[in-house]
Ligand binder design. Sequence first.
Ligand SMILES: [Mg+2]
Ligand SMILES: [Zn+2]
Length: 173
Amino acid sequence: MNKAFFFDRDGVLNKDVGYLYKIEKFKWIDGAKETVKLCNEKNFWVVVVTNQSGIARGFYTENDVKILHEFMQNDLKNFGACIDAFYFCPHHPEGKISEYAKICDCRKPKAGMIFQAAKDLNIDLKKSFLIGDSQRDIDAGKNAELAGEFLFQGGNLFEFVKNIFEEKISWEK
Ligand SMILES: [Mg+2]
Ligand SMILES: [Zn+2]
C-alpha cells in the first residue's frame, strides 16, 4: 500500500485570493514546489483535496478548475515534481447551480475526497498525513483517521514540511 501527503490547495500550495480560478491570479506559496518534490522523493503520493464551492456558487466551472490544475501540474513538471492526484468538491448546500447545490460527502470537514483517493490510489490512511490552513481541513484528516494533520499558518511551506519529516515522522528516515 502507498502512503500519502494530502494537501489543501488555497492557502497551502498557492496564495488564497478567494475563489481562485484565473491562472494569472495564481501564485505559489513560498516553498510549495520544493515541498511537492520532497514528498515525491520520500515516496509519498501527493494528493490535493480542495473545496471549490465557487463552482456551486456559479463563479467558475469544473473545467476552469481542471485547467488551473493542469497549469499547476505543468509548472511542477518543469521543476521536476508532480502532484499525483487532484480531488475537488464542487458542492455547496446553498449554491445556486442546482446540480451542485446539495449536502455532499466530499466537502471538508467530511472525509469523502480522502476516502476516494485512498480507494483510487491504494493509500494506507494510517500512514498518511494532511496539511491544511483551516480547521475544516484538519477535521477532514481526523475524520479519515490519518496518522497526523498539521495546520499551516503561512510562511515557507518547505520549511514547515521538512520539519514534519524530521520531527514527526522520524520512522521514515
Ligand atoms: Mg485553504
Ligand atoms: Zn462535495
